[in-house]
Design a protein around this ligand. Structure first.
Ligand code: ADP
Ligand code: MG
Length: 304
């Protein structure tokens, strides 16, 4: 493409909310044959909500909430924010029913983030873990059949389950749902009609990922990936001779955004992802994945 064509396309893109950082992305986007999508915050809205809380031990709902609130208090993860909001309301309801005013809520000591699995900390003299099954397994907390049943029941409905353990025993769990973006399904369908295949690569578990993929019509799913794993899956596709785009929003996605021929960041995503990408979808709308490819096609065929 000529420098003029690139300049025109870049200007046009900016007016449409598609920020193109250089000519290279414009040169490549029209050749894309496969697009890898992150799940949370990319295909889904990224604002999870708690839909169920379940106790698995003799702990009271009041104490369960207090302990889990304290453990999640300093987490930045969207699941933590969703839980805090829900649990604080639940907690207030218990208080007002009883007309008492117990204040047990504190922050955990020795708070630690376990990327991709959860958080841990000490609440009073109790050791607390909040996270997925993998976190419990790494910390030698037994996940019994009753809890396994709870997990699979919710995961089949595209929900993510979070377990809470106190002193090495599962005390309870909660399930969150994060709806898919309204445009997701049509965009995937349209990309397929353009001869572009779709793949989901996520840090979340297989069952939830598969259920979401089905909802939006994505053909292939790869779950439980860490950031390097995500980038490696991009390289696998490139090794097959495909030009690959990656669409993501998280810190988790930045190595994959760099590895892809065309990295596209969701505008509402993290700064790290936006920095790593070649193209930023300012409106955070997946339809702009098509807009970006279209701008590239027009630039190469010199329609303007
Ligand atoms: P994604 O790739 O979907 O953006 P992450 O890698 O951030 O997901 O997290 C993967 C999983 O780890 C989450 O689905 C959740 O089960 C668990 N997790 C991570 N952080 C937390 C937290 N603060 N509280 C509860 N669960 C968490
Ligand atoms: Mg994400």
């Amino acid at each position: 493409a000529t420098p003029t064509a690139v300049m025109v396309a870049t200007g046009k893109g900016a007016s449409l909310g598609v920020l193109i950082k250089g000519g290279n992305a414009l040169e490549k986007a029209h050749k894309v044959k496969a697009i890898v999508f992150d799940k949370t915050g990319t295909l889904t809205v990224g604002k999870p909500e708690v839909v169920n809380v379940m106790l698995f031990s003799s702990v009271s709902m009041e104490d369960f909430c207090d302990v889990a609130i304290a453990a999640e208090a300093n987490s930045q993860h969207p699941i933590a924010k969703a839980f805090l909001e829900h649990a604080r309301k639940l907690r207030q309801k218990i208080e007002s029913n009883r007309q008492s005013n117990n204040q047990h809520v504190t922050e955990a000591k020795d708070f630690e983030v376990h990327p991709g699995t959860g958080v841990s900390g000490k609440v009073g003299d109790k050791m607390v873990l909040v996270g997925n099954k993998r976190l419990m397994q790494t910390c030698n907390v037994t996940v019994g059949p009753e809890i396994e049943g709870y997990i699979s029941e919710h995961e089949q409905q595209a929900r993510t389950c979070v377990l809470v353990s106190i002193d090495g025993k599962i005390a309870g769990a909660f399930a969150v749902t994060d709806p898919v973006k309204p445009e997701a399904k049509n965009v995937i369908l349209y990309l397929h009609s353009m001869g572009i295949s779709s793949i989901m690569v996520t840090g979340d578990n297989w069952a939830t990922a598969t259920a979401i993929a089905k909802e939006v019509g994505i053909e292939k799913v790869i779950a439980e990936m860490d950031p390097i794993g995500k980038a490696d899956r991009i390289k696998d596709l490139q090794m097959r001779g495909l030009t690959v785009a990656m669409v993501g929003d998280g810190i988790n996605d930045s190595p994959a955004l760099v590895a892809a021929d065309v990295g596209m960041a969701i505008g509402a995503g993290t700064d790290v992802a936006i920095e790593a990408a070649d193209i930023v979808l300012i409106k955070s709308n997946l339809e702009d994945v098509v807009t970006a490819i279209d701008l590239s096609r027009k630039t190469i065929s010199r329609i303007w």
